[in-house]
Design a protein around this ligand. Sequence first.
Ligand SMILES: Cc1cc2nc3c(=O)[nH]c(=O)nc-3n(C[C@H](O)[C@H](O)[C@H](O)COP(=O)(O)O)c2cc1C
Length: 323
Amino acid sequence: MKIGNTEIGKVALAPLAGITDMAFRRICRSFGAGYAETEMVSAKALSFNDKKSFELMELSEDEHPCGIQLFGSEPNVISNAAVLAKNEGADVIDVNMGCPAPKIAGNGSGSALMKNPKLCGEIVAAIKSKVDLPVTVKIRKGFDSENVNAAEVAKICEQNGADAIIVHGRTRQQYYSGKCDLDIIKTVKSAVSVPVIGNGDVKDIKSAQKMLEYTGCDAVMVARAALGNPWIFRTLKEYFDKGIIINPPSHEDKLKIMREHIELVCSYKGERLGMLQSRKQIAWYLKGFNGAAKFRNEAGTVSTLDDMYSLIDRVLCYQAENK
Ligand SMILES: Cc1cc2nc3c(=O)[nH]c(=O)nc-3n(C[C@H](O)[C@H](O)[C@H](O)COP(=O)(O)O)c2cc1C
């Protein structure tokens, strides 16, 4: 599966604000995610030289291909931001046309763009005129149940040069609840000739296979199911590449992966900020362990790597005692 000339494989990590930082992207890539994206970056903030927004675009050398996702609503501002993203090493520019959050959609960006398909096309055309990189758009089913227009938006984006379409099968109104609508992904796939990446509720082999087979989409993007579970990419890759169903990692291995992940976060962000930002990640990793509720609460208080190492020891002891 290619976006433009960029090979991305069949299973990608979706952008997740506050989560898909360099450490998490690298961990997911090491488990076989063929492609990942930064979280959404404000084109407007980049135009004001905002340091934090530039930091969000930093990519490590070993994580290509990687897309940088931009949000905004002004073709000129977002296309200038695309030039900056290219300078940071982006392999693909993705435009967020799906974010439901009021502070984004309320400003006419994210999912609000779907109310104005013509503007969606203008944004894609503006980016294509300024950077020679593949451009994708990440859209939803529509803004709400009365305005289901993913196929229309996808077509306009394609006509204006989009190299692939990513569709999340929920409306903005639904946020992240309700079921992902596979039919809308199928409709988008038959409406355009560029590749389509399906997104929504892919959480295991069965749901990934159903998404691919039922909708005919070219690849799938996994978001929430990767939280505390980056080995999902190995499970899916082994299955789609070789037809092999592998066992999930043991408790010990899961904690080892968590440890490596959080150490990587701290190596990038420093221990203080790294540990603060990692509390939710640690809680996700501990899902499904014996005593998870108690240990996940404790995860909310870790402040140093030593706190985490001690938590890991206690979790392992508890597993051994409560087999
Ligand atoms: C906490 C959170 C943050 C998200 N941040 C982004 C984002 O920055 N850009 C984006 O396009 N989608 C974002 N999404 C949407 C996901 O990429 C994805 O489309 C959605 O979660 C559906 O996929 P899933 O059912 O596999 O979780 C976010 C979702 C969540 C839950």
